[in-house]
Design a protein around this ligand. Sequence first.
Ligand code: ADP
Length: 198
Amino acid sequence: MTSGTRLLLIGPPGAGKGTQASRLASAFGVPTISTGDIFRANVANETQLGLKVKAILDAGEYVPDDITNAIVADRLREPDASAGFLLDGYPRTPEQVAELDRVLAEEHNGLDAVVQLDANTDEVVSRLVKRAEEQGRADDTDEVIRHRLSLYEQQTAPLIEHFAQRGLLVRVDGLGAVDEVTERILSALAEFGVAASR
Ligand code: ADP
């Protein structure tokens, strides 16, 4: 199976990944798989997983790789993901990259592109502070925001170079109106040779 488009969206907290992810997924006709959304839904429903990860999310820490990897591997094996997917917020560590490659190799599949959504720190902090006021997400407090950003810089930003070396990276500026950024991503992907179906 090699049909469908397999995309990753990577960028700092507050870069607008969630918003762009659902727009891109519908443009490509693939499901969005957002690990943050999966964890938050489990916390809200007080599932066994949710009870296990609630304190981790509240503190802005990364959920341990074994838990995160198992969830994504299961999700990728669901039928709808066989025709492609857009992963939002995964992988965030080298171990997650290795696991994703392993799961895709099982199906003889690989990634088509990795979209890096760029945003400077001042901009993302002010977006997150605003979102905290609007949505009251438990991990959008000043201190936790700073911690999430520093984890991103230490653990996730280095993966960008890894994907660049694999020739998969498409870098897009996340600054601007939502529609504008979506168009920017779609044209950057098209230029890269990955065209949306609708
Ligand atoms: P943000 O990009 O603003 O951090 P997300 O919704 O992507 O928001 O993630 C929220 C939280 O979910 C993270 O702070 C972390 O606790 C957990 N999480 C999400 N994805 C991962 C992942 N790939 N590995 C570990 N933890 C994750």
